[in-house]
Design a binder for this molecule. Structure first.
Ligand SMILES: Cc1cc2nc3c(=O)[nH]c(=O)nc-3n(C[C@H](O)[C@H](O)[C@H](O)COP(=O)(O)OP(=O)(O)OC[C@H]3O[C@@H](n4cnc5c(N)ncnc54)[C@H](O)[C@@H]3O)c2cc1C
Length: 464
């Protein structure tokens, strides 16, 4: 049985301010039988229960969570309700055709609004704000990427939801250094994910869902009466068992190569003063980022802090997800330096919280949603860094499959499995190489040096 991790040890500001005392729910003791048994108390597990009950309020559902609801990425993310899919619009169009790409992007955008609406309906005060997304070019070399992204949306007939900003317009929006231009997506929002994940769990309990925390699923049984065999007893399911463990699924032999756990790291400042905000700009509070290979994502919290997220600890051999190593190897110093590079006026600002987490990355960057009606096992995973919204879309699709609804023809993520990642040690060597090359590419660009000679190879290996 995995040791319990107290919420405070994670360091996430979202858990520390989630408006829920995080008292552990009782663990399972003994056997039980329900209609649907779900492993995982993150967004995927909770949204699956939500959508199952929305159309079938009489279903009995149990959720089994090894730690506590919100322990995983759902309680640690950047708070972006991203209107973008893990795969960019041009690549989506190339892979699935224009009609499917458009339909997937529109679904993602619509779900952003749905999440805000559901929070209102359920009385979840999750600080949802419909603020859009602002992507900056912070070097001349990044400008073509803005134009390409805009063109890809325009080709899908979605150009009216986007706006290209020239250098001075973008600088007016955000007073950061090196702002050469920007692109605004009107769709998208920010949310307090801790309040959302904990609030959803409470809303489900009000509808009769039983949630067992501190209970580890050790094995699953498939067939006529599937079951979750847990550390506290067996939960048999009349209709379906759902596996919603995202990056943590890699611990199960059957899913070991279906996705990899990729770490991401976040630092959070103390609330800025009004004078500091004047110097920062960013009064729109958009989901903010720039085109870097090592990724950056910035969120303005409801209480006036800056959340800065970026690359996490290096990939660990065999998809190891050790919590202590995750924190010890997180690149907190790197993030502090990036923040002051964006806004030198914030040099010396206090950081009150720092944390890291794992997100699941499939080999082809497309999530997987599947329900086998014979085995009666369903699963959904692999949202890369867009799971706050993608998890709800995928969970809705999974709930539909469980109750026998046909899959949307424009949902290529409804499939039995993602392509496998390479076996070790090839996987470790390849991922470490790409992580290192991306860092070298960003460092070269920031120093206005030519890209490293292997930049093309790294992009070929690292992009979907
Ligand atoms: C640092 C970071 C920043 C991110 N930023 C964003 C962002 O800004 N916007 C965005 O859209 N997405 C973001 N993401 C991704 C997003 O948070 C995830 O895609 C999403 O939360 C996945 O939800 P989930 O429920 O599938 O997985 P999780 O939240 O990881 O939940 C899985 C749960 O399953 C439980 N579990 C696993 N195995 C077992 C077992 N054997 N028995 C019982 N329970 C088990 C785990 O304890 C865990 O609680 C970020 C992720 C990270 C880590």
């Amino acid at each position: 049985m995995t040791a319990r991790v107290p919420p405070a040890d994670i360091g996430s500001y979202w858990l520390a301010s989630c408006d829920d005392d995080l008292t552990p729910r009782p663990a399972l003791t003994g056997d039980a039988t329900v209609d649907v048994a779900i492993m995982g108390g993150g967004f995927t597990g909770l949204w699956t229960a939500y959508y199952l009950l929305r159309d079938n309020p009489d279903l009995s559902i149990a959720i089994v969570e090894r730690q506590f609801c919100g322990f995983g990425a759902s309680g640690r993310n950047g708070g972006w309700c991203s209107p973008r899919f893990p795969i960019n619009p041009a690549a989506l169009t190339r892979r699935f055709g224009a009609a499917t790409a458009r339909s997937m992007l529109l679904a993602q955008q619509a779900m952003v609004d749905d999440v805000g609406r559901i929070c209102d309906e359920e009385g979840i005060d999750a600080h949802f704000r419909s603020v859009g997304v602002l992507t900056l070019a912070r070097s001349a070399r990044q400008l073509p990427s803005l134009q390409q992204s805009f063109d890809a949306y325009a080709r899908l007939g979605m150009g009216d939801g986007c706006e290209l900003l020239g250098a001075s317009q973008a600088q007016d929006a955000v007073h950061a250094t090196q702002v050469h231009g920007g692109m605004r997506l009107r769709a998208g929002g920010t949310i307090h994910p801790g309040r959302l994940v904990r609030g959803l769990a409470r809303a489900l309990e009000r509808r009769g869902v039983r949630i067992y925390e501190g209970t580890e699923v050790l094995q699953t049984a498939a067939g006529i009466q599937p079951a979750l065999i847990t550390s506290g007893g067996t939960i048999r399911a009349r209709r379906a068992v759902v596996l919603a463990g995202e990056a943590y699924m890699t611990a199960q032999p059957a899913y070991r190569r279906r996705l990899i756990p990729m770490a991401s790291t976040i630092m959070l400042t103390a609330p800025l003063t009004a004078a500091q905000w004047d110097r920062v700009g960013w009064s729109g509070g958009e989901c903010l980022s720039s085109y870097v290979h090592t990724t950056n994502y910035l969120t303005r919290t409801a209480d006036g802090r800056i959340l800065f997220g970026s690359r996490g600890a290096p990939y660990r051999y065999g998809s190891d997800m050790d919590e202590v190593a995750l924190r010890e190897n997180a690149n907190f110093g790197w993030i502090r330096d990036r923040l002051t590079e964006w806004w030198p006026a914030l040099d010396g600002i206090e950081f009150t919280h720092r944390w890291a987490g794992y997100l699941g990355i499939p080999r082809d960057w497309l999530p997987t949603v599947h329900f086998d009606p014979v085995q009666r096992i369903g699963y959904s995973y692999g949202y890369t860094g867009h799971g706050v919204i993608s998890s709800a879309i995928c969970a809705r699709a999974l709930a539909g499959l469980i109750v026998g609804r046909a899959a949307d023809p424009n949902a290529p993520y409804v499939r039995a499995q993602a392509p496998n990642w390479e076996v070790e040690p090839l996987r470790w060597a390849g991922i470490r190489y790409v992580q290192n090359a991306y860092l070298r590419m960003d460092v070269a660009e920031a120093a206005k040096r030519p890209p490293p000679l292997d930049a093309g190879l790294a992009k070929f290996l690292g992009e979907p």
